[in-house]
Each structure stands twice: as structure tokens, then as C-alpha cells.
Design a protein around this ligand. Structure first.
Ligand SMILES: Nc1nc2c(c(=O)[nH]1)N[C@H]1C(S)=C(S)[C@@H](COP(=O)(O)OP(=O)(O)OC[C@H]3O[C@@H](n4cnc5c(N)ncnc54)[C@H](O)[C@@H]3O)O[C@H]1N2
Ligand code: MOO
Ligand SMILES: [Mg+2]
Length: 423
């Protein structure tokens, strides 16, 4: 008699799984290597930016009081007593009716509290003295970039677990991070099971298929921020697969297998978990595809038994493995984010379980449209190239074009919290 499995809701499955999540350590890497990594610690401003009042323009710095009552017809005249470019400091104090020629980015000289742009000031010569005419009154602070106006010392500019994009790299450079504390990447083993699997460069043979899952999962691991360790593809032989899983677990932080997780004669993963003495967290989830996704834990290492069916394998990874990887990377929002969109096509299939339909999210006339991609069966590969998963809650007879739907963003880096991950 075939084992009867009891499906649990996705949310319950994720909840159980997350009790085994843990964050990894922090390693120092060079800033040049940091793009695409995750911050291991909060990035805190250890000084004000700018560090000093500076000029945002090429112009003249002066005392605003000296321009009081000035008009176009009665300009004030200020004597230019020196000049500074960015990086230089004017060392003497600027006095009454004096000005300093100053370039963009240079520190405002002592005594000055305003800057007039070069285009607004008329330069004249009065008996060999270099003067400027200013034709309007200035207020204290006009045309000055103030100390700390960009960032105040002590501000958290990016929290730990933030994806390091080029803008974060600018912040790291600004605060002198030649080396960056980055979250260590988890190493995730990948084992493909199935006697039908061909290496991808082998010619096709009757009854056989190419192993696409292993390469897909390795890429999904990289997208999530982990290091894939491909341990190979193995035929459906209990002893071989058991040995591979047992040995593989010693080399990795977590292990993914694909295939062999259902109730078929050659689906050995359930027996492998049993022989390993692993604690099976669940073996049936009320979702399509990926209902057979099985997750087990042994000595605090997670074993993800993803389905052999490509779409089920894909979805199982994104819903379950990804948040574990992102938590390891110290992300505060490890779950994939969702947006509301309009369904681009009818989806007439009845929905007993929650469905995660592979699709493409596009922007058409300012609206987000989510269009299911390819054939919606868990064994198809043609639906996998999209950028999103359309969430169709179970218990309906299908959905009509134009319905409002939630869409999971596969390429989003910001993520969301468990509370917002309402599936
Ligand atoms: N009697 C039942 N049969 C099945 C059930 C069930 O509840 N009762 N569940 C079905 C569902 S749902 C799924 S999903 C699959 C899951 O199968 P397994 O995880 O055991 O995977 P396999 O049997 O090994 O393979 C399934 C399918 O996927 C192809 N495959 C396997 N590995 C790869 C790979 N690396 N690359 C590409 N394709 C792969 C394999 O050839 C099979 O076609 O079980 C249903 N059956
Ligand atoms: O796990 Mo299956 O994908 O529900 O088709
Ligand atoms: Mg099977």
C-alpha cells in the first residue's frame, strides 16, 4: 500500500523550515570583489558627509552681510583676495568686503557664509585690485553645501544583509572600506537522481532525458547568493544515492537533491532520510507545482528534497531554499517580494491547491501585467524562463484575464519579511 501523505499549507511548511534557519559568519573581502555580495554588518557613517561646508559651484565665497541692500543698479564691490580649487584650504580669514575665488567642492573659507556663481559675478579691475561686483543681496547659507547635509555621523546607511549594488559600493568607498565585511556564502550541494538522466553533452537516446535540473538549480543558488557545489548525477540505485547524500553532506552547508522524492518504486529519498536518521519536516505541501517537496534536517543541516519535475523543482527552490540562503546571508528580508498585477490571460484550470504559475511580468501603459508562460504542468521546462511566479490561491475553478493577482518577483533583491510573505 502506497504511503498516504498529508499536505500542509505553504505558510506552515515555510514556518517549520525557518525554525532551522541560521546565519553564517562574516568574512572580509576587497571592495573590488564586493559587488553582488551581501553586507555582513550594518554600514554606519563614522563621519559627517560632507565633512566640511563646501561650495557646490565655481564662484566666489564672501560674507553675506556685505551684500545687504545691493541692487542691480547699485552693486556691491568685493575684493578678491585669493583663490582655491577643490582639495585646497584657504588659510586666512576673509574680512569685510572681501571674497575668495572658489571652485566646486572646495572648503568654504573662514568668515564666508555665501557663494555667488561665476556667471552671476562681474569681475573688474580697480587700480590694479581684482574686484567682483555682486548685483543682489545674499542670505547666510546661500549656495553652500553644509557639513553633514548628505549624511550625519552615526546614520545606518545600509543594514546587514543588504545586497551590495553599485550605490552601496559608493557608500563603502566613501567611508573608507578598502575591505568589506561580507556575509560568507553558504555552499550548497546539488545531487541529481534518475536513471533516465543523460549528461547534457550526450546524444539523446530512447527513454532518456538531459539533466536540466542540476544546471538550473546551480544557477538559482547563485542568484540567491550561495555557492553551488555540483556533486553529480546518479542513477536510481539506493546504495549509490545514499552514499552520495551521506558523503555530500560532509562537504556542504546544505544539500539539494532533485528527483526520487515521490512514491514511485525508484523514489529512494524517503528511505535515504530514514536510513540517515534525518528529521523529516514535511513531505507534502498543498501547492502546485512542487507538492512532493520534502525537507529534512540532520545535525542542523537541511536537506532539500526537490521534485524531479523541472517546474516543481524550480518553485520548490524559490519558496523554500532561497529564504534559507538569504537568512544565512544575514538578510533581514529573506523572502521573495510580491507585487499586485493584472492577469494577462485566462487561467482556466481548477485550483485545489495554491498554484505558482511561472510567468512574465511586464509593464504595459503603466500597468503591471502578469502573463502565464508556456504550458502550466510541473514536468514542463518551456515555462521556466520568466521573471516571476503568479500566485493563484487554491479553492477556485480558475482565474479570468483581468483579475487582480499577486506576483512573486524572482529577480528582486530587497525581499520581504515572513509577515508579508502571505501565501
Ligand atoms: N502515484 C503518484 N505519482 C506521482 C505523485 C503522486 O503523488 N502519486 N506525484 C507526482 C508529482 S506531483 C510529482 S512533482 C512527481 C515527483 O517526482 P519525483 O520527485 O519523485 O521525481 P522523479 O520521479 O525522479 O522524476 C519526475 C520527473 O522529472 C524528470 N526529472 C528528474 N530529474 C530530472 C532532471 N535532473 N532534469 C530534468 N528532468 C528530470 C523525470 O524524468 C520525471 O519525468 O511525481 C509525480 N508522480
Ligand atoms: O510536486 Mo508536483 O509538481 O505538484 O506536480
Ligand atoms: Mg518519482
Amino acid at each position: 500500500m502506497v504511503e498516504k501523505r498529508r499536505p500542509i499549507k505553504v505558510r506552515e511548511a515555510v514556518n517549520r523550515l525557518m525554525t532551522f534557519s541560521s546565519s553564517g559568519s562574516v568574512e572580509n573581502i576587497s571592495i573590488e570583489e564586493s559587488y553582488g555580495r551581501f553586507l555582513g554588518e550594518d554600514l554606519v557613517a563614522d563621519h559627517d558627509i560632507p565633512l566640511f561646508d563646501r561650495s557646490p559651484y565655481d564662484g566666489f565665497a564672501f560674507r553675506s552681510n556685505d551684500t545687504e541692500g545691493t541692487t542691480r543698479n547699485e552693486p556691491c564691490e568685493l575684493e578678491v583676495i585669493g583663490e582655491i580649487g577643490a582639495g585646497s584650504v584657504f588659510t586666512s580669514r576673509v574680512g569685510k568686503n572681501q571674497a575668495v575665488r572658489i571652485m566646486t567642492g572646495a572648503q568654504i573659507p573662514d568668515g564666508c557664509d555665501a557663494v555667488v556663481m561665476l556667471e552671476e559675478a562681474k569681475e573688474i579691475d580697480r587700480s590694479g585690485k581684482n574686484m567682483i561686483q555682486v548685483r543682489r543681496p545674499f542670505k547666510s547659507g546661500d549656495n553652500i553645501s553644509f557639513k553633514g547635509e548628505d549624511t550625519k555621523q552615526g546614520t545606518v546607511l545600509a543594514s546587514k544583509g543588504t545586497y551590495i549594488n553599485p550605490g552601496v559600493i559608493a557608500l563603502l568607498a566613501t567611508f573608507g572600506y578598502k575591505t568589506v565585511p561580507a556575509s560568507k556564502k553558504p555552499t550548497i550541494g546539488v545531487i541529481a537522481t534518475g536513471s533516465e538522466l543523460l549528461e547534457i553533452d550526450e546524444p539523446l537516446q530512447p527513454g532518456k532525458i538531459r539533466n536540466s535540473n542540476a544546471y538550473m538549480i546551480c544557477a538559482q543558488i547563485e542568484r540567491a547568493g550561495g555557492i553551488p557545489l555540483y556533486l553529480g548525477q546518479f542513477s536510481d540505485d539506493f546504495d549509490t544515492c545514499f552514499q552520495q547524500v551521506e558523503d555530500g553532506m560532509k562537504k556542504v552547508d546544505m544539500l539539494i537533491t532533485t528527483g526520487g522524492v515521490s512514491v514511485g518504486d525508484y523514489d529512494y529519498l524517503p528511505d535515504i532520510y530514514q536510513k540517515l536518521g534525518a528529521n523529516v519536516l514535511f513531505n507534502k505541501v498543498a501547492m502546485r507545482p512542487g507538492s512532493v517537496t520534502t525537507i529534512a534536517e540532520k545535525d542542523n543541516k537541511l536537506l532539500f528534497g526537490l521534485s524531479g519535475n523541472p517546474s516543481a523543482c524550480f518553485v520548490g527552490f524559490e519558496l523554500f531554499t532561497r529564504p534559507i540562503i538569504r537568512t544565512y546571508l544575514r538578510c533581514e528580508h529573506p523572502f521573495l517580494n510580491k507585487v499586485s498585477a493584472v492577469l494577462g490571460n485566462d487561467f482556466p484550470k481548477p485550483n485545489p491547491f495554491d498554484r505558482f504559475v511561472r510567468g512574465q511580468l511586464t509593464i504595459e501603459e503603466g500597468r503591471l501585467i502578469a502573463t502565464p508562460a508556456g504550458l502550466d504542468k510541473s514536468n514542463v521546462v518551456s515555462s521556466l524562463a520568466g521573471n516571476s511566479l503568479i500566485v493563484l490561491p487554491g479553492g477556485t475553478k480558475g482565474y479570468q484575464k483581468g483579475s487582480n493577482v499577486k506576483v512573486i518577483l524572482l529577480e528582486d533583491q530587497a525581499g520581504t519579511s515572513f509577515e508579508n510573505f502571505t501565501i
